[in-house]
Design a binder for this molecule. Sequence first.
Ligand code: NAP
Length: 488
Amino acid sequence: MARSPQIVIVGAGMSGLLMGMRLMAAGIDTFTIHEKADRVGGTWRDNTYPGLICDVPAQLYCYADRPNPDWRHRFARGGEIQTYLERVADQAGLRRFIRFGSEIAGAAFRDGRWHIETARGDRLAADVLIAASGFLHRPRYPDIPGLDSFAGPVFHAARWNHAVELAGARVGLLGTGSTGVQIAPAVVDIVGKLSVFQRTPQWLLPFPDHEYSAFERASGRRLPLLNRIAYRVFSLIFEWTFARAVIGNRVLQACFQRLCQLNLNRNVKDPALRARLQPDYRAGCKRLLFSSAFYKAIQKPNAELVDTAIERVVPSGIRTTDGRLHELDVLVLATGFHAHDYMRPMWLAGADGLTLDEAWKDGPEAYRAVALPGFPNLFMMIGPGSPVGNFSLIAIAEAQADYIVQLVRRIAAGEIASVAPTRAATARFNAERRAAMRDTVWSTGCRSWYLDQRGVPDIWPWSIGRFRRDMRRPDLADYEIVPAARPR
Ligand code: NAP
């Protein structure tokens, strides 16, 4: 017998909004989206650092059925993506489902339902819990002695303090990942001096950006087919180049390595500086970065690359192990995220009281990245092992949402009371995943946030095609299903 399952979605970022849209499309409107902040947008709301650009082409970094002809560049600026997500929330009619300022503190599965507590102390019950809380959102602060002693402002790039005046200041930028290489060129012409603290050199590909003309944008508005073609073309390019290179295609990998090397050789003329920027691991082992501006920025007269290890932070700056004191007024930490803290700080207790900490004591693992044994009717968007290389996370989330909706429909149809993957299927999937990892570039020896606490890349080791196939429909043989009680 059909029923109206109560569904709680955690987070109104890109994947939470998407989940809401997919449920609405399935005719299910008994859901609420709980958002801890007061705006939608997730990572695009939180990250406002100067130079923020999404390095996935804009036409691909949008919901497939909601193209945006208004992108101003081939690669969207962070603010534009935030505007896009706000607009989608309005146009899709999602706002009535969103509870702002409602942080989910934790949830326990008892008597066939999720009993949920918010940080404010409200209690809710739901039949289905969907975590769409993102994974690169808990800033990682470096464990450097004396950090608290710094006399000037210190902030993490993902919590940019716009009240701090950078003009003329001596700024220390810690970290040269995707974030650091975007910030450096954006601030170098404003600050008095920029000291970029590099622990490991990065491979950089040239950034093929392009500003769309008014004519190009008008064409996209008038001929929506153009946007769909661009989506498909960029998707195919990524799928057949990057996505193949990183999972073991040696020829493509060598091509990317060569392109990166040429980029370095051509753009850094001083051999001594070039040597300090030369990575000693395979291109793609860490996330491959795009930038045509970083090398230029670091060669400006007011910029300095500091690659001597940091000894400690002192009130007036950073002391490196060569005894040098780098005097600073402001310290920016582009030091990444706790990338494996899925769903945290939320606590969860599944069936029989199994906690998330117990289930993941050896590191987070999931069944096909979307579900967890022992946690019935809990689904994850961009959960552990999702394909998070350089492909559009929106396209990945769409496949996951479609998969999850198929299970939720069965719950709504009254066929299933609860569903969770079996331990055997989850173990089998992850054993296969770990074995496939050996061929990937992420396992070729480098430090990166892809690696979990066991040193295994927490990512999808197969093709995007296999991901789509695995997400096409749930294999119910892999699930432990409690059928819904039949009415007498
Ligand atoms: P990240 O890739 O983890 O880079 C962190 C940087 O900080 C690295 O250079 C790291 O050095 C350095 N670092 C960390 N701890 C340090 C310490 N104690 N001392 C000195 N250096 C330290 O973080 P991210 O740059 O924020 O990027 C994270 C991910 O966010 C990206 O890979 C990407 O998926 C996403 N992102 C995407 C975009 C985009 O355009 N799509 C933009 C920004 C972020 P090591 O290399 O030695 O570890």
